[in-house]
Unconditional design. Sequence first.
Length: 114
Amino acid sequence: MHELALCGAIADTVNRHAEGQRVQRVEVRIGHFRQVVPDSLLFSWELLTEGTPLEGCELVIDHVPAVIRCAACEHETTLDMPIMLCAACESSDVTIVSGEEFLVSSIERTKEVC
């Protein structure tokens, strides 16, 4: 279950950037090629953050589809299966446009009320 390790990396990043402030929401962009199971990631997040300053912090997952661009015809194909062929001309001379992302895209801190 690599989702637990991924949550550890997310929590480390959030803690570094939160600068001691309470965080209520974290958004992550995760590409299709990362093969992350969203439910497992959310479960792991709750498990990992329990009893920490991030407990109760909402984790929001933005799933990024796998897209390739053909060098021969420049067509972009969104992949359903991990078959790296252009849908237009069936060339295998393609480059990955998206789908390998793994990043924390937003950290929403709690607004302090005086």
